[in-house]
Design a protein around this ligand. Structure first.
Ligand code: ZN
Length: 631
């Protein structure tokens, strides 16, 4: 059973980086290649000890062989017998054992490959582990259809048997999904079509990345500039307005050139979601996707409506910018101009850990000392080194440490990334310690609460302890943009997806004109009166990759809202109780649906309070910012 199969993917999807492609420049943690050290030059206390999980290729392969030849072949004997309590129990124990072992070998192979991406031995190990994982999935593909087509009496017997209580949650999920799971034959047919169904996403990346002809512009000195992402955002932050305008127009033109292809492609993506929802008996594409994550549709609708009611502070922020720069008209290409000098404050890794520990003090002694222990027991691979993966993530399995890969670069972003990833790792530590394997894995809807709360606590601490107005302005602006990118931008995306799906569901085609106009209307609404949103901005939606992970991005906004709500409770009069509740929430893993898990932390996502609270905080930040700026 693959209730936990997502564990094979890295659990962290760092919010502030990848998602804001169209909103903010992509920060890269990779340092200049010339100065990246060799791995053996990095002190061992700054390296994780993943390599110790297996002492040689031989021992790694021996474990693979044990799983492949001794464990996996046993699965078949349970086919057709899962209605028997003893068989079901033995089957479940067996697959728990396989999955725990499998995720350990897979995680190990994946992490060592990320450290030395050019090491052939390591990439072979990863392929071996991957192929074993797919064998396992294939061998267990009969289970879900067998359980969902089981007669009710037998199924209820499984659910009520006390010796199977560890599997009740998984059986509940199967039962909830019963009306949406097809027969074994139909599921197999659909699986065969899987690649075709996801083709629009692939095609999008081919058009926007592989086949994309990077535009070239010429600056006032006659120098030709290739508009790579990096260059583009650098130009948007530069003083030369004419160059900013040129860069913006060159980009928009290349979007326009592909508008028909990308519109048809997106329309197919939406169609695939709708057909999938229909054949699985769901009311709509939105409800089918939220249903699979146990999120009520009202949460999505409430989020969109709360944000719509709170656009004024965002418009005010844009207005502050316009006045500050003295623009008569402020265009999109003027909005990236930095309001402050970039902070020159740098933090060594040890200093960063120190600051984070102080900032997390409100979470109580236990959290802080467990955090400290994690740092000193080689959870974190800190520095960039040659051939190392250049992002950041938290990753581990049920029986390993919750490891973290960083490319620490002494900046505030680096410090926040450490706090963020440690949020995930602490969550894994507590849920693995407290829950049986089957329910240890927490869903994405709650995962980003633990990481975001740490970031909010750190920013809160830094803002409160800022020594000068300049430092405070810088931090306030950073926090404003963090919330802007995580809430306002994502909810604008969420509205766009919702309109597109509903339109097609109502039988209206998704023409390029319709998609462009929808986007432009939303952009004008979110930008507000201080930004002149040019008609040429209508094509920008088509470049956003996240529209191919449908109804996903809203979670960034809900997570941050929940995290802020917890922060408020912790800083409030019943802080001790709030901390206790929060630690309980971290330990809950996947043992209850995500909305119920958040209730344990005192957050009711069914009400508009968490989102409204966060946006009220955004409003305060904007007011504080204005006060200091106009002093
Ligand atoms: Zn994350």
């Amino acid at each position: 059973m693959k209730v936990n199969s997502q564990k094979i993917f890295k659990s962290c999807l760092s919010i502030s980086l990848a998602l804001l492609l169209t909103v903010l420049p992509i920060s890269s943690y990779a340092n200049n290649k010339d100065i990246v050290p060799n791995r053996n030059e990095v002190e061992s206390k700054y390296k994780w000890d993943v390599d110790k999980l297996f002492d040689s290729r031989a021992s790694f392969e021996a474990e693979l062989k044990r799983i492949e030849t001794q464990l996996i072949p046993k699965i078949d004997q349970y086919r057709g017998k899962l209605n028997n309590i003893e068989s079901f129990k033995d089957y479940s124990k067996l697959t728990d054992e396989i999955e725990i072992a499998l995720y350990k070998v897979y995680g190990y192979a994946s992490m060592i490959s990320d450290i030395e991406s050019t090491n052939n031995d390591y990439s072979e190990r990863l392929q071996l582990a991957e192929s074993l994982y797919y064998t396992y999935l294939e061998k267990t593909s009969f289970v879900l259809p067998e359980l969902s087509s089981m007669d009710e009496a037998s199924f209820n017997k499984l659910k009520s048997d006390s010796s199977l209580k560890d599997y009740k949650r998984m059986l509940d999920i199967v039962q909830e999904n019963k009306n949406h799971i097809l027969s074994e034959k139909e599921e197999a047919l659909l699986a065969q079509l899987g690649e075709l169904i996801s083709a629009p996403g692939t095609l999008h990346s081919k058009i926007t990345l592989s086949d994309y002809e990077i535009p070239v512009i010429t600056d006032k000195n006659g120098n030709k500039i290739e508009l790579t992402d990096d260059k583009y955002y650098k130009i948007l932050e530069s003083e030369d307005r004419e160059l900013r305008k040129q860069a913006y127009e060159a980009r928009v033109n290349s979007y326009k050139k592909n508008n028909h292809a990308l519109s048809a492609n997106y329309s197919n993506n939406v169609k695939a979601n709708i057909i999938n929802a229909q054949i699985r008996n769901h009311d709509s594409a939105l409800s089918s996707i939220l249903f699979s994550e146990e999120i009520p549709e009202s949460i999505y609708q409430n989020l969109v409506s709360s944000v719509n009611k709170n656009l004024a502070p965002l418009h005010k922020y844009n207005d502050i910018k316009k006045k500050h720069f003295g623009f008569e008209e402020m265009y999109i290409y003027d909005t990236y101009l930095p309001l402050n000098e970039d902070s020159t404050t740098r933090y060594t890794y040890d200093e960063a850990v120190d600051i984070i520990l102080k900032a997390l003090a409100p979470l109580g002694d236990k959290y802080v000392s467990d955090f400290e222990n994690g740092i000193s027991s080689n959870w974190v691979d800190v520095y960039p080194s040659k051939d190392k993966y250049t992002g950041a993530y938290s990753y581990g399995s049920y029986t390993t440490k919750p490891y973290i890969l960083l490319n620490y670069d002494n900046t505030l972003d680096g410090l926040l990334t450490l706090a963020h990833e440690m949020g995930h790792s602490m969550n894994s530590k507590y849920s693995n310690e407290s829950q049986e394997y089957k329910v240890s894995n927490y869903p994405i809807f709650t995962a980003e609460v633990a990481s975001t709360l740490n970031e909010l606590l750190v920013m809160d601490y830094l803002i409160k302890n800022a020594k000068t107005d300049d430092e405070k302005l810088y931090l306030l602006n950073k926090q404003i943009n963090n919330i802007r990118g995580t809430v306002y931008s994502q909810v604008m995306f969420a509205e766009f997806e919702q309109i597109a799906h509903e339109t097609l569901e109502n039988g209206q085609p998704l023409s390029p004109d319709f998609l462009n106009t929808t986007w432009l209307t939303l952009a004008k609404k979110y930008n507000g009166p201080s930004i002149t949103t040019l008609d040429s901005y209508q094509y920008n939606w088509s470049w956003i990759p996240h529209f191919y992970s449908s109804f996903y991005v809203y979670k960034y906004a809900t997570s941050m809202s929940a995290a802020y709500s917890i922060l408020n409770k912790i800083n409030g009069p019943s802080g001790d109780k709030a901390v206790e509740d929060y630690l309980q929430f971290l330990a809950i893993g996947g043992s209850v649906p995500p909305v119920d898990a958040l209730k344990v932390a005192g957050v009711d996502m069914n009400s508009s309070e968490p989102v409204d609270g966060l946006l009220a905080y955004f409003n305060e930040l904007v007011n504080d910012y204005e006060t200091i700026l106009t002093k």
